[in-house]
Design a protein around this ligand. Sequence first.
Ligand code: NAX
Ligand code: ADP
Ligand code: MG
Length: 283
Amino acid sequence: MQHILINRQEILKLYRPIKAQAHKGTQGHALVIGGSYGKIGSIILASKASLRSGCGLVTAFIPKCGYTSVQTSFPEAMVITDKMEEYISKIEFDITPNAIAIGMGMGQHEATQKAFWEFLKNNDKPLLIDADGINILSKNKELFDFVPEQAILTPHKKELQRLIGDWNSEEEKIERTAELTESKKWVIVIKGAPTQIISNKAIYTNSTGNQALATAGSGDTLSGIIVGLLAQGYKPEEAAILGVYIHGLTADIGSKSLGYHAFIASDSIENLGKAFLSLDEKL
Ligand SMILES: NC(=O)C1=CN([C@@H]2O[C@H](COP(=O)(O)OP(=O)(O)OC[C@H]3O[C@@H](n4cnc5c(N)ncnc54)[C@H](O)[C@@H]3O)[C@@H](O)[C@H]2O)[C@@H](O)CC1
Ligand SMILES: Nc1ncnc2c1ncn2[C@@H]1O[C@H](COP(=O)(O)OP(=O)(O)O)[C@@H](O)[C@H]1O
Ligand SMILES: [Mg+2]
């Protein structure tokens, strides 16, 4: 397996500045699906992060109870609601997104699991699966066959354990994740310190980020950044690599003034501008 360090030099090979002639219609439309009663914030963070990563439009698909909070806290987002108040029961939409992220804050209600299954069967868009999307997959391994090649999965340690079972060493963890990646042709982002991405017989280790990210919603924000890049047409592996690097940079930049204690996931979103600008700087 090839080992690659994700550093500025590697990132500049794949980062594309936004063209002067761009408009919201050319920048891509991200759809963020998830949330449940008490966890609508995850979708606010993810959808904000996607728009602040350069995509042109974002739609949030959430249960009804989240409608006012998303529209109020983030007026730039469009919202489609499920017919149920507190959880997602059927994923239907009349838009044509360029990429979809699903699972953040979604919960695992029986009806949500069914809706997720139906969604997987019908979806043909570039896809990121996080949090409860991964948890539902882990409980129903027969669903693996409906997850398309090139899907990005973003488990943290516990979610990865649910997905592949426990491991006895770091080597075994990487080996088993690589086997899964290889057999399904997925891109797996193993979140942690550092985050590692396994894709197409290579392992990419990120060089940005710090303990400021050890805070609620950091992963939801990362999912939003990656789906925003996917919607702009980055290939899944590129979107995962660039997304993880930029997410880490927001913490490296933000923690200089906030420190590690006070930094929260919204500060990642606040610092996305500086993070992207740093890629345009000539060093
Ligand atoms: N504001 C919101 O709406 C939030 C919603 N969230 C959602 O809440 C749901 C539950 O997610 P959780 O991840 O909290 O629950 P999980 O039960 O999946 O994971 C939490 C456990 O994993 C452990 N863990 C996580 N990362 C680890 C690492 N790198 N190394 C070792 N252990 C690690 C934690 O210590 C904890 O015991 C998800 O759907 C998530 O998206 C969370 O993102 C928190 C914020
Ligand atoms: N000590 C750390 N150093 C670097 N990155 C970290 C650290 N702790 C957490 N992170 C990052 O923060 C994110 C946490 O994701 P996750 O656990 O899914 O959060 P949540 O579900 O609350 O949104 C991951 O991207 C992870 O790599
Ligand atoms: Mg998470």
